[in-house]
Write a protein that binds this ligand. Structure first.
Ligand SMILES: Nc1ncnc2c1ncn2[C@@H]1O[C@H](COP(=O)(O)OP(=O)(O)OP(=O)(O)O)[C@@H](O)[C@H]1O
Length: 192
C-alpha cells in the first residue's frame, strides 16, 4: 500500500501536533520532512521571534505576516516536486490560508488528520511550556476544525504522543484512500 505524499496534522496550539509528528517521523517506513509555519518563523531575527512568542507586535520594517504564510505555502510544492515527503503541522484558523495551501497541494496524495484535545488540557500545556502566547488555544479552539473533512482523527487529551503515533502510523499504512483534503477544498471553494 502506498503512503500519502503529504500528511497534515491540524489542531490548536499545544494540542500535541509537533510531538506526534516527531514520533511519527521515526516510525513511518518512509522519510518525511516535518514542516510547519515554525520552519519559516525560526528564520526570523531572534528578537522578532521572541516578540512573536510573547504575542507582542513586531515593528521591524519588512515584517509582513501574510508574506511569511505565503512563503511557507509556496515552498511545500517545491519540496514535493523535488521528491520529498512532507509531514505538516498546522493550527489552521483562516479559511483563505486553508484554501491557499490545499490548492498548492492539489494533485498530491494528502492525508488530513484532525488533532483533537480537550481545551482545558491544551490550555494547561500552554501555561506550562512557557514559549507560546497565553490565549492562543482559547482563540483557536472554536475555529481550527471549521470546514475540515478529516481522513482520520486523534485525541491527545490523555494519551502520550508515542502511543498515538504508533496507532496513527498503523492507520496511515493501511488506509487506501485519502479524500479529506479534496473534500475540504471543494467545500471551501463552494461556501467561501
Ligand atoms: N499527548 C500529550 N500528552 C501530554 N503532553 C503533551 C502531549 N502532546 C504534547 N504535550 C506537551 O504539550 C506541549 C506542546 O506540545 P507540542 O509542541 O507538540 O504542541 P503543538 O500542537 O505542536 O503546539 P504549537 O502549534 O504551539 O507548536 C509540550 O510541552 C508537550 O510536551
Amino acid at each position: 500500500m502506498s503512503l500519502p505524499q503529504v500528511i497534515i496534522l491540524n489542531g490548536t496550539s499545544s494540542s500535541g501536533k509537533t510531538s506526534i509528528a516527531k514520533a511519527l517521523q521515526e516510525l513511518l517506513p518512509q522519510q518525511y520532512l516535518n514542516f510547519s509555519i515554525d520552519s519559516i518563523l525560526y528564520a526570523l531575527p531572534e528578537t522578532d521571534l521572541q516578540l512573536m512568542k510573547q504575542g507582542k507586535t513586531i515593528t521591524r520594517a519588512g515584517y509582513d505576516w501574510p508574506s511569511l504564510v505565503r512563503g511557507y505555502h509556496y515552498c511545500l510544492p517545491a519540496l514535493l516536486q523535488a521528491g520529498c515527503h512532507l509531514l505538516i503541522d498546522n493550527a489552521w484558523c483562516d479559511r483563505n490560508e486553508k484554501r491557499e495551501l490545499l490548492t498548492e497541494l492539489a494533485g498530491y496524495s494528502v492525508a488530513l488528520i484532525g488533532v483533537q484535545c480537550d481545551i482545558e488540557v491544551a490550555q494547561a500545556r500552554e501555561q506550562a511550556r512557557g514559549d507560546r502566547a497565553i490565549g492562543l488555544v482559547e482563540w483557536q479552539a472554536p475555529i481550527v476544525h471549521q470546514d475540515m473533512t478529516y481522513d482520520l482523527d486523534i485525541d491527545t487529551t490523555s494519551i502520550e504522543p508515542q502511543a498515538l503515533a504508533i496507532k496513527l502510523c498503523d492507520q496511515i499504512r493501511h488506509q487506501a484512500m485519502w479524500r479529506g483534503a479534496v473534500e475540504t477544498l471543494e467545500h471551501l471553494n463552494i461556501y467561501n
